[in-house]
Write a protein that binds this ligand. Structure first.
Ligand code: SAH
Ligand code: SF4
Ligand code: F3S
Length: 432
C-alpha cells in the first residue's frame, strides 16, 4: 500500500489494510513480493499526481513478471480520474473512489475469483458512512481518528470538495469509542481528522466540535489530543474556551490563512477578511499566550500582484507564526481559479515562494530562539531520522525536539528537555 497526500489518506489506508487483513493480506515493503499493490493517491497539486503516474509506470514491469499481481488505485486521484486512469494505464485492475474504502475486500475478491478485467467504482453516496471497519494502525504513538468526511467550502483553488464529496460527520459515540479503543491499544495521542473540523456536527446536530473535543479530552488514559484542519471562518469562541480549559488538548492552533490580502482572500472564497482573522489570532493569544500558531499559505494565486504579495509579507511580519507550510498555486482543472485570467508566471511564483520562505524562516527561528534555556515537556518518539544516538519527540506546541539519548527514555514517555540550541525547524536540547 503506497499512500500519498494528507493524513486523511493515511487514515483511509489503515482502514483498507485492516479490511484486507480479514482475507489474509499482510503488508510488505517490497513491491516485488506483493500480490496486491494499492496506490492511495492525492490530487491536491499537480506534483502529487505526477508522482503517482510515475509509480503506475514502474509497476508495469512487475505485472509482466507476475501476471496475477493486482494493481488498484484508490484515493482522490482515483475519484477524480475514474475510468480515465485505466484508459491511460490498462494494467490497472481496479479504481475505487474516496467513499469506497469499505468495498476494498469485495473488489479484490471479485478480481481474484473471476475473469472480470477491470472494476471502477467512484460513486459517492453521502448517506453511506464507513463504520465497523477494521483498522490496521501504522503509526506507533499517535492514532488518526477521522471525525468527518468531505468539504463544503469550495475554496476556488481547491479540488478537495470535488473528490471528497459533501461534509458528513461521524456520530460522537463512534468517535469516542474509537479513541477509547486506541487508548486500549496503547496510544497516548490521537489526531482528530477532517477537512474543516470546526463545522463538525453541523449536519447531524448531535454535538458541536467544541463538545466533541470536551468528550475526547475526558477519555481515560488519553494524554494528548490534536486535530486538523481548522478553518478560520468557523472557529468558535467555544472551541477556544474548551481547549483552554482542557487537560489534554494540545497548545497548538494550525489555522490556515492561505493569504494576507482581502482581494486575494475574496477571490479564493475563503469568506473571512484579514481583519477578522487577526481578531481570531488576538483571541487565541489572549486566552492561551503559550500556544503555537501555524498556517498554510499559497503564493501565485491568479491575479496576485506585487502589492498583494507585499501585503502578505507585512501580514506575516505582524502575525509571527511559529511555522508556515508554503505552497505554490497549482492549477486544478474543474475549479473556478483555473478559469481565472491573470495566471501568475511560473518564475515569478518561485521567486515569491523563496522570498516568503526567507521571511518566515527568520520569524520561525526568532520564535524558537525565545525558547532558549526553557525546559519543555516532550513526548518521546524514538531515534531521530539521521542518528540513533539522538532521539526526538514533540512538545504540546508540536515543535520537534532533539536530544542525546540517555538510555532511560522510552517511546511514549513524557520527559523534560532543556533547550540549548534552538533552530528554524528543530529545538536541540538535553534531557533534564
Ligand atoms: N482543508 C484544509 C486544507 C486541505 S489541502 C484547509 O482548508 O485548511 C492542504 C493545503 O494545500 C491547503 O491548506 C492549501 O494551502 C494547499 N492547497 C490546496 N489546493 C491547492 C492548490 N490548488 N495549489 C496549491 N496549494 C493548494
Ligand atoms: Fe480545500 Fe478549502 Fe475545503 Fe480546505 S476548506 S479542503 S482548502 S475547499
Ligand atoms: Fe490530497 Fe485528497 Fe488529502 S487531494 S490532500 S489526499 S483529501
Amino acid at each position: 500500500m503506497l499512500t500519498y497526500g494528507c493524513q486523511m489518506n493515511f487514515s483511509d489506508a489503515e482502514r483498507m489494510e485492516g479490511e484486507l487483513a480479514k482475507i489474509g493480506y499482510t503488508s510488505t515493503e517490497d513491491m516485488a513480493q506483493a500480490d496486491l499493490i494499492m496506490i492511495n493517491t492525492c490530487c491536491v497539486r499537480e506534483t502529487a499526481e505526477d508522482k503517482v503516474y510515475g509509480k503506475i509506470g514502474e509497476i508495469k514491469s512487475l505485472k509482466r513478471n507476475n501476471p496475477d499481481l493486482i494493481l488498484g488505485i484508490t484515493g482522490c486521484m482515483a475519484q477524480k480520474e475514474g475510468e480515465r486512469l485505466i484508459k491511460r494505464a490498462p494494467h490497472i485492475d481496479f479504481v475505487l473512489g474516496t467513499n469506497k474504502i469499505h468495498e476494498v475486500v469485495a473488489t479484490v475478491q471479485k478480481l481474484e475469483q473471476s475473469q472480470i478485467k477491470h472494476i471502477v467504482d467512484t460513486e459517492i453516496n453521502e448517506s453511506e458512512m464507513p463504520e465497523n471497519i477494521s483498522i490496521h494502525r501504522k503509526t506507533p504513538l499517535s492514532a488518526w481518528v477521522p471525525i468527518m468526511y468531505g468539504c463544503n467550502n469550495f475554496c476556488t483553488y481547491c479540488i478537495v470538495p470535488y473528490v471528497r464529496g459533501r461534509e458528513r460527520s461521524r456520530l460522537p459515540e463512534e468517535i469516542v469509542a474509537e479513541v477509547k479503543e486506541a487508548v486500549k491499544q496503547g496510544y497516548k495521542e490521537v489526531t482528530l481528522l477532517g477537512q474543516n473540523v470546526n463545522s463538525y456536527g453541523k449536519d447531524h446536530q448531535k454535538a458541536t466540535f467544541a463538545q466533541l473535543l470536551a468528550m475526547v479530552d475526558k477519555v481515560e488514559g488519553i494524554e494528548r489530543v490534536r486535530y486538523m484542519t481548522s478553518h478560520p471562518k468557523d472557529l468558535s469562541d467555544e472551541v477556544i474556551e474548551v481547549i483552554k480549559n482542557s487537560q489534554h488538548i494540545c497548545n497548538h492552533f494550525h489555522l490556515p490563512v492561505q493569504y494576507g490580502s482581502n482581494k486575494i482572500l475574496k477571490a479564493m472564497n475563503r469568506v473571512y477578511t484579514v481583519e477578522a482573522y487577526k481578531e481570531l489570532i488576538h483571541k487565541i493569544r489572549a486566552a492561551m499566550p503559550d500556544a503555537s500558531i501555524t498556517t498554510d499559505l499559497i503564493v501565485g494565486f491568479p491575479g496576485e500582484t506585487e502589492e498583494d504579495f507585499r501585503q502578505l509579507l507585512d501580514f506575516l511580519t505582524e502575525i509571527r507564526y511559529d511555522q508556515a507550510y508554503t505552497f505554490i498555486y497549482s492549477k486544478r482543472s474543474g475549479t473556478p481559479a483555473a478559469e481565472m485570467d491573470e495566471q501568475v508566471d511560473d518564475e515569478l511564483k518561485h521567486d515569491r515562494l523563496n522570498r516568503l520562505m526567507e521571511l518566515q524562516n527568520k520569524i520561525s527561528l526568532e520564535k524558537n530562539q525565545a525558547l532558549q534555556d526553557k525546559v519543555l515537556e516532550v513526548m518521546v518518539e524514538g531515534p531521530s531520522a539521521n542518528d540513533d544516538k539522538v532521539w526526538s519527540g514533540r512538545t504540546t506546541t508540536n515543535k520537534l525536539v532533539l536530544w542525546p539519548y540517555q538510555g532511560r527514555e522510552q517511546p511514549g514517555d513524557f520527559v523534560n528537555v532543556r533547550i540549548c540550541q534552538p533552530q528554524t525547524w528543530v529545538l536541540k536540547g538535553e534531557l533534564e
